[in-house]
Design a protein around this ligand. Structure first.
Ligand SMILES: [Zn+2]
Length: 120
């Protein structure tokens, strides 16, 4: 992940996106996906209305992330945050994926410990 480019894009969104107030997006009511830490940032509004005015950054953006469409953006099944899907099985945003992984690890450890108690 290119953090230098991400910081530039985040600064661009912060300074020039009409829909952004602090870290929130007025279109989605959630955190701006341009500042998301994992996955490639995409936002049709940014691509259509903000990036074209910043030619150098737009070129760098498309070179790095390719052209994304609405079809590449999916809402998280847990919290509804929009994210860029990697494939059709990708269901959760990065925060919820981490939380789900923690929960499933906790559950499997609990099962192992429960079985050990019964065995002893
Ligand atoms: Zn989520």
């Amino acid at each position: 992940m290119d953090n230098r480019l991400r910081k530039k894009l985040d600064r661009l969104a912060k300074n020039y996106c009409a829909n952004r107030i602090e870290d929130k997006c007025l279109l989605t009511g959630r955190k701006c996906i341009f500042s998301e830490l994992h996955g490639s940032p995409t936002c049709v509004y940014m691509q259509e209305a903000v990036l074209p005015a910043h030619e150098v950054l737009a070129k760098e953006y498309y070179r790095t992330y390719g052209v994304k469409t609405d079809n590449d953006v999916k809402s998280c099944e847990r919290c509804g945050t929009p994210f860029v899907k990697r494939n059709n099985a990708h269901k959760y945003c990065s925060d919820c994926a981490a939380a789900r992984k923690r929960d499933s690890t906790r559950e499997s450890v609990r099962k192992v410990r429960t079985c050990k108690k019964i065995d002893a």
